[in-house]
Write a protein that binds this ligand. Structure first.
Ligand code: PEP
Ligand code: MG
Length: 579
């Protein structure tokens, strides 16, 4: 039956494909005791489910061998086949069915828990991580037992072979893993449009809709779905007419995107000759390649916290150094702005869970996150500072500090940077002694009292995502207040414009690296405020460049000055349209 659901559009484009439900809800199975005489049939049912799950994996193995399939796919299929064949899992289940007369689903979940608990005891982080694979294998067997077999044959012959992830919620740590998987799009029931989950979706350029509220319970594995990431619509089981219309729109969008590629080599200059720097936001070192492909003028924001996620051990100094150096090398002399660890709020790293402030704070967005956390954990911070400084020898690296609000935080941070330099000199490591240090302006207090930032730092970068969150008191991740998250609120516009103007008055470089910088509908507004440095995901860069090339900076400056005099949202929107 066709139906549609609406949520928040967070990453544009259209994906057409089959639903892949991710949640552990499947592990909440019925629990009952069998009659003695039903035990043999239950054992047979379990053995058949294991065989069917094995056959599914076998089918996946052939898919994994086709040229172009990601290497990770065959590795995970092999590992899952091994787990399924291991008697530790299956013998225990048979015993529970035979001896305790548990139904097969219940027995499977109990045995899984037993095995997973043993994995928790392992010292070796890699082995501990493997418990996720056991859970996934168990989910596969349960799906068969519950009659929810994934129709692999259908998927293989279908042309709609995008995989669309449907989840109650996804953390940024979950989403970052999509970078190595082929996911066509995703929808979640929770979440807001500038949550980091949404930001990662934009960086992947995959269509996504969040805050759907009821998608997860209403959708079944393998349902045919259309995700319209531009309008925030999900269509389930579309009829043929709708499907054809969306296929057409999808190919039109692809055509438009490929036309934009012509702009890669063009200069980013306004009609009246103002040069505008367009830089890239990246989450992982491998994203640097995309930045180069679209001709970015450098990396304006490297969100290093993603290096710390999905692992039990922290990355040590050498590992971090390698990651930072690889980006510096990939950018071949163009600036690379590395932001120090901005952990906390929705960005969680389990390796840091028991550290200062512990992230289960009642109100984590206002808690010990980002620079506050780093200053509370100076040893951990020093490791990162040394790694960044060492990488500065191999390119033009700049250090960016997130979430500063107090002059004292700047002083303490600069003192720690000096200490890191002393330590590196002692260990005879090379680094760029003149590495620039900048601050993010993302707390209203910083924007309103810029003096210490202008006097002590080398550059500024405005983080509009948090600046809006804190100015309007709207949780970025909360779908219930997402409609109030407004980049055009007059208070927000004033803070951004004032920051740009104050920096320019003392010739301090200033960029915007929040999501506003990558929204082509806002390019002219920011140009009119005087902004000449934008940083955004590579996927957004060419559209913004197109806007820059069609803009007249001098004219925009006058028009935006007028727009900023108004404080009625309707008037602001009206004038924005006319820019
Ligand atoms: C911001 O707050 O605008 C920003 C760029 O940082 P993040 O989105 O990582 O919090
Ligand atoms: Mg921020």
């Amino acid at each position: 039956m066709t139906f549609s659901l609406h949520g928040q559009a967070v990453s544009g484009g259209i994906a057409i494909g089959r639903a892949h439900l991710v949640s552990h809800a499947i592990l909440e199975v019925a629990q009952y005791q069998l009659r003695e005489r039903d035990v043999p049939a239950e054992l047979l049912r379990f053995d058949q489910a294991v065989a069917a799950a094995g056959a599914e994996l076998h089918g996946l193995r052939s898919e994994a061998s086709v040229p172009g399939a990601p290497a990770e796919l065959s590795a995970f299929v092999d590992l899952h086949s091994m787990i399924l064949a291991d008697p530790t899992l299956t013998d225990g289940v048979r015993e529970l069915i035979r001896e305790r007369r548990c139904n097969a689903e219940w027995a499977v979940v109990q045995q899984m828990q037993l095995v997973v608990d043993q994995f928790d005891e392992f010292e070796d982080a890699y082995l501990r991580e493997r418990k996720q694979d056991i859970v996934q294998v168990v989910e596969r067997v349960l799906r068969v037992l519950l009659g929810k077999t994934r129709k692999l044959a259908k998927r293989k012959t279908s042309t709609d072979d995008d995989l669309i992830v449907v989840a109650n919620d996804l953390s940024p740590a979950d989403t970052i893993q999509f970078k190595s998987l082929r996911i066509g799009g995703f929808v979640t029931d929770l979440g807001g449009s500038t949550s980091h989950t949404a930001i990662v979706a934009r960086s992947l350029a995959i269509p996504a809709v969040v805050g759907m509220q009821h998608a997860r319970p209403l959708i079944q594995d393998d349902d045919l779905l259309i995700v319209d990431g531009t309008r925030g619509v999900l269509i389930v089981d579309p009829d043929i007419g709708v499907l054809q219309e969306y296929r057409l729109r999808k190919s039109e969008l692809e055509l438009e995107r490929s036309k934009l590629k012509r702009l890669v080599s063009g200069r980013s200059r306004t009609l009246d000759g103002e040069t505008v720097e367009l830089q890239a936001n990246i989450e992982l070192p491998q994203d640097a390649e995309r930045a180069r492909e679209v001709g970015a003028d450098g990396v304006g924001l490297f969100r290093t916290e993603y290096l710390f996620m999905n692992r039990d051990e922290l990355p040590d100094e050498d590992e971090q150094f390698e990651a930072y150096r690889s980006v510096a090398r990939a950018l071949a002399g163009r600036p690379v702005t590395i932001r120090s660890l901005d952990i906390g709020a929705d960005k969680e790293a389990r390796a840091l869970r028991n550290r200062a402030g512990n992230h289960s704070a009642t109100n984590p967005a206002l808690g010990l996150r980002a620079i506050r956390f780093c200053l509370a954990e100076p040893q951990l911070f020093l490791v990162q500072l040394r790694a960044i400084l060492r990488a500065s020898h191999y390119g033009k690296i700049r250090l960016l500090i997130p979430m500063l609000a107090q002059a004292q935080e700047i002083v303490q941070t600069l003192a720690l940077i000096d200490l890191a330099k002393i330590q590196l000199r002692e260990s005879r490591h090379k680094f760029d002694d003149g590495m620039e240090v900048g601050g993010m302006i993302e707390i209203p207090a910083a924007a309103l009292a810029l003096g210490p930032f202008l006097r002590r730092l080398d550059f500024l970068s405005i983080g509009t995502n948090d600046l809006i969150q804190y100015t309007l008191a709207i949780d970025r991740t909360d779908g219930a207040v997402a409609h109030l998250y407004d980049p055009l609120h007059p208070a927000v516009l004033k803070l951004i414009a004032q920051t740009i103007q104050s920096a320019q008055r003392v010739a301090m470089p200033v960029a915007v690296c929040g999501e506003m910088a990558g929204d082509p509908k806002l390019t002219k507004l920011l140009l009119g405020m005087g902004l000449r440095q934008f940083s955004m995901h590579p996927a957004q860069l060419l559209e913004v460049k197109q806007q820059v090339m069609m803009a007249d900076a001098a004219q925009l400056s006058l028009r935006v000055a007028r727009l900023l005099k108004f404080d009625e949202p309707e008037k602001i929107s009206e004038l924005l349209e006319k820019l």
